[in-house]
Design a protein around this ligand. Structure first.
Ligand code: ADP
Ligand code: ADP
Ligand code: ZN
Length: 224
């Protein structure tokens, strides 16, 4: 395969940092494909696959699913043709082993990661963000009880759907486990990508639209 001008991004950040929210906006704006390992794992749990069965209890407890399972799921998804245009990795890699596997995977498809964007937020804000999070059951659009409510109460802005859902692991106890896992296993990746010269830090405590503009500027420079 020949090298294309595909733009491949990593969004790094703790639970609630806004990775999913921003990934969806970048997907629309730049035609990139959002790859959320959390979404892929939740789909595997719902489908009752072998990987899903193994992941379920780990996810409920707020731990990290094994590198082996997550890498296999990501590898399969990355091989699908739509990913050739460029991907936004949301929630992957989360460990140094996953980061090394990603380098290998990108090498095999003669591609590379263009930027790793670290969404920088305070731990204290994360609990509030995660506790108020819900999504449209129809299209997956993300909302928040206080910070992002639909324009018309009870109806999704994107698809008009009226059914919404909350994640089982979005509760205060599990969030502290997830934050601990982030600091122990994922935060070291910030230095890993800084050493590679592709790290971009973004203050993710501000308004969703302000952050989106900042990310848009970063991505625009890559795709230009
Ligand atoms: P992540 O994918 O990093 O876990 P999400 O994108 O799902 O985070 O965001 C977590 C929650 O916080 C969602 O309910 C979302 O609507 C809300 N949110 C996202 N970004 C912001 C922001 N900049 N300010 C306030 N709330 C936000
Ligand atoms: P958030 O962005 O709010 O942390 P995700 O949807 O990315 O949530 O992940 C939910 C859960 O799925 C994690 O707590 C973890 O158990 C599992 N998970 C998702 N991605 C990975 C990954 N790359 N490695 C290991 N576990 C993962
Ligand atoms: Zn919707």
């Amino acid at each position: 395969m020949t090298k294309t001008a595909a733009c491949n991004l990593i969004l790094l950040g703790p639970p609630g940092a806004g990775k999913g929210t921003q990934a969806r906006m970048l997907e629309e704006k730049f035609g990139l494909v959002q790859l959320s390992t959390g979404d892929l794992l939740r789909a595997a749990v719902a489908a009752g696959t072998e990987a899903g069965k193994q992941a379920k209890s780990v996810m409920e407890a707020g731990g990290l699913v094994s590198d082996e399972i997550v890498i296999a799921i990501l590898r399969d998804r990355l091989a699908e043709p739509d990913c050739a245009a460029g991907v936004i990795l949301d929630g992957f890699p989360r460990t140094p082993v996953q980061a090394a596997a990603l380098d290998d995977l990108m090498g095999t498809i003669d591609s590379a990661i263009n930027a790793a964007i670290s969404l920088e937020v305070d731990d204290a804000a994360m609990v509030e963000r995660v506790a108020g999070r819900y999504t449209c059951a129809g299209c997956g659009e993300g909302y928040h009880d206080s910070f992002k409510t639909p324009a018309t109460a009870g109806a999704c802005d994107k698809c008009g759907g009226t059914e919404f859902k909350r994640r089982a692991d979005d509760n205060a106890e599990t969030v502290s486990e997830r934050l601990a896992a982030y600091h122990a296993q994922t935060a070291p990746l910030i230095a890993f990508y800084d050493d590679k010269g592709i790290l971009q830090r973004v203050d993710a405590m501000g308004d969703i639209d302000v952050i989106a503009t900042e990310l848009g500027t970063i991505v625009q420079k890559i795709v230009a």
